[in-house]
Design a protein around this ligand. Structure first.
Ligand code: SF4
Length: 504
C-alpha cells in the first residue's frame, strides 16, 4: 500500500515585526479610496513609519485572485487578494523574495461574524504562499479596537495611531462629499478634480506635520481640542470657492449603498459606477466610511439595552459608549463646519435601526447589517435622493440576506426607486444597463420635481439667471444650497432663490 503524507492546514501566524526594523520596513495597506489612503500615509509617516498604499484595484487583479483562491470567495476578497499578489509579484521581480519578505509588512483589517471579512488574511496568505512569499508578514488589526497588541513591537496600536487614522478618514470623507456634490455642476471640466487633488495634498502635509504627543492622554485631548485640522480645512474651503458651478442643471440624485468595500471603492472593482453615473447625468451621494465607524459603536450599546442589565457596570459602559459616540459626531460636525457645512451630516444610527427594524433585526451582523435597509428608507423618508443604487458583491452571504429583506421593503414602499446591482467584476454591461433602466425613471422624477417647484413658486430659470448675474457668489461651489424638502439640488436651489424673490 502506498504511503500518503498530509500537510495539515495551519492557521497563519506572522513572524514578529520589531521596533528595530521600523526604519527599513514599509507598511502596505489599502482598501479605501486614494483620498483616504493619502491621508492615512500622512498619519503613518507622522508617527515615524514608512508607508505605501496598494495601487487602485484593476480588472487584472480579479483574474489573478480567481486563479489563486477558492472559487466560492466573495468578489471583494478576490479583487483585494489579486491586488496584493500583483503588487508583490512586481516587487519580487525587482527585489527578490527574501528582500521583499524582509522589507514589507501588510496591514489589513479583520472582524469576526458571518462574512469573509474575518478570513481575508487566510486568502491572502494562501495566495502569497503560492508565489513563494510564505514568510511575508501580514498584521491583522481588529476594526473596533483603539488599543490592541500587534505581533512584535514594530507597530504600536495606541491612541496616537488610532485617532490619527479616524481623523484622516473623517477628513477624506468630507472632501469626498464636496467632490461629488460639485463635479456634476462644474462649468470648467476637470476643475473639481484639480482642486480636490490640491486639497488632499494640503491635508496630507497637515497630517504628516502634526505635533506628536508624548503620551496617550495628551494624544486624546490634542485631537479633541486642536484647531490644527479646522484651520487647514478652512483653507481648503477657500480653494473650492474658485470653482464656478451651474446648479440649474437638473440631475437625479443617486445614493450609493451596499457592501462596505464595494460602495467605498472608486475603480474597476465596482465598474467605476460612481463616475459612470455622473457621465449618465446623475449627482452621486457617496457613502462615507464615517457612517460605518459610527455603526460600530451601536451593536454594543444596543446589546446592553437589549439585555436590560440594571447593574452599575452595564450602566456605566452604556453611558461611556454613548458619550464617545456624541464626541465622535461633534468632531465630525466641527470639521464639517470648517467646510461651510457643505458635506452631508451623518445619519442618526438610532433612526437607521428603527427604520430597518420591521424588516431586519439589528443583531443580524455581517456586511452592512440593518444599515442597508435603514439607509434606503432614510433617503426615501427625508427626500435625500431620487434613487438608491445598491452594490451587492457576487458570492456575499450577508448581503444576500439584506437584498432579500429589501424585497419586503419594496412591497411596502413600491415608489422607492431601488437598483440592486450585483457586482462580479466581469459583467459590466449587464450591471450598468440594469442601473440605467432605473436611472431613466429617476431622471423623469427629478425633472418633474423641478418643474413643479418652479410652477409652485412662480419663478423661472431666466429670473434665476438674472439674479445670479448680480450675485456671483451663488455660482460658487461653496454656496450652500439648503435642503428644502426635495431630493434634487436644482429644485432646492430654485426654491432658495424663489424665497429671496419673496415667491416661496
Ligand atoms: S460582506 Fe460579503 S462581500 Fe463583504 S467581505 Fe463579507 S462576505 Fe465578502
Amino acid at each position: 500500500m502506498q504511503n500518503v503524507t498530509f500537510s495539515h492546514y495551519q492557521t497563519y501566524k506572522p513572524n514578529p515585526f520589531t521596533a528595530n526594523e521600523r526604519r527599513d520596513v514599509t507598511l502596505l495597506y489599502g482598501g479605501l479610496t486614494w483620498k483616504h489612503e493619502t491621508l492615512i500615509r500622512g498619519v503613518l509617516e507622522n508617527l515615524g513609519y514608512k508607508a505605501e498604499a496598494l495601487p487602485n484595484v484593476s480588472r487584472r487583479d480579479l483574474d489573478t485572485g480567481k486563479e489563486l483562491i477558492d472559487v466560492g470567495a466573495c468578489c471583494p476578497t478576490i479583487f483585494t487578494t489579486g491586488n496584493l499578489v500583483n503588487l508583490m509579484k512586481d516587487k519580487v521581480a525587482n527585489q527578490g523574495v527574501e528582500e521583499v519578505a524582509k522589507k514589507f509588512v501588510f496591514l489589513t483589517a479583520g472582524a469576526c461574524g458571518p462574512c469573509r471579512f474575518g478570513q481575508y488574511h487566510q486568502s491572502y496568505s494562501m495566495a502569497l504562499d503560492s508565489i513563494g512569499l510564505k514568510e511575508f508578514r501580514m498584521l491583522l488589526l481588529a476594526q473596533d479596537q483603539l488599543f490592541q497588541a500587534s505581533v512584535g513591537d514594530g507597530l504600536e496600536i495606541n491612541l496616537s495611531l488610532s485617532l490619527g487614522l479616524i481623523w484622516a478618514i473623517l477628513v477624506a470623507d468630507l472632501l469626498t462629499d464636496l467632490e461629488y456634490m460639485t463635479r456634476p455642476y462644474e462649468l470648467n471640466p476637470g476643475e473639481t478634480d484639480q482642486v480636490l487633488k490640491e486639497s488632499i495634498d494640503h491635508m496630507y502635509r497637515i497630517f504628516r506635520e502634526k505635533p506628536v504627543q508624548s503620551n496617550q492622554w495628551r494624544a486624546l485631548t490634542w485631537h479633541l481640542f486642536t484647531d490644527h485640522f479646522v484651520r487647514a480645512l478652512r483653507e481648503v474651503h477657500a480653494k473650492w470657492t474658485a470653482i464656478e458651478v451651474d446648479r440649474l442643471q437638473v440631475r437625479p440624485k443617486v445614493k450609493i449603498t451596499g457592501e462596505f468595500w464595494l460602495q467605498t471603492h472608486e475603480g474597476d472593482g465596482n465598474y467605476n459606477i460612481k463616475r459612470w453615473l455622473e457621465r449618465e447625468g446623475a449627482e452621486v451621494i457617496p457613502p462615507p466610511v464615517a457612517v460605518w465607524l459610527d455603526y460600530l459603536f451601536h451593536p454594543v450599546i444596543s446589546e446592553l439595552e437589549h439585555r436590560n442589565d440594571k447593574g452599575r457596570s452595564a450602566f456605566l459602559r452604556k453611558k461611556t459608549l454613548a458619550a464617545v459616540e456624541r464626541i465622535y459626531r461633534v468632531t465630525y460636525n466641527r470639521l464639517r463646519k470648517a467646510l461651510g457645512y457643505l458635506p452631508n451630516e451623518l445619519p442618526d444610527q438610532m433612526e437607521l435601526k428603527k427604520l430597518a427594524e420591521p424588516f431586519f433585526h439589528f443583531e443580524l451582523r455581517g456586511g452592512e447589517g440593518h444599515m442597508l435597509i435603514g439607509k434606503a428608507l432614510h433617503a426615501y423618508h427625508h427626500k435625500k435622493a431620487h434613487m438608491i443604487c445598491e452594490l451587492s458583491p457576487y458570492g456575499c452571504m450577508p448581503n444576500t440576506m439584506s437584498v432579500g429583506a429589501m424585497a419586503n421593503v419594496l412591497g411596502r414602499y413600491p415608489e422607492l426607486l431601488y437598483a440592486p446591482i450585483e457586482i462580479k467584476g466581469d459583467a459590466e454591461v449587464h450591471a450598468l444597463s440594469r442601473c440605467q433602466m432605473i436611472l431613466a425613471e429617476a431622471k423623469q422624477r427629478a425633472k418633474q420635481e423641478f418643474d413643479n417647484a418652479l410652477r409652485a413658486s412662480n419663478t423661472s430659470p431666466s429670473a434665476i439667471r438674472a439674479h445670479e448675474r448680480s450675485h456671483p457668489k451663488l455660482r460658487q461651489a461653496t454656496f450652500r444650497v439648503p435642503h428644502l424638502g426635495h431630493a434634487g439640488t436644482s429644485t432646492n436651489y430654485a426654491l432658495t432663490l424663489a424665497q429671496r424673490f419673496g415667491n416661496a
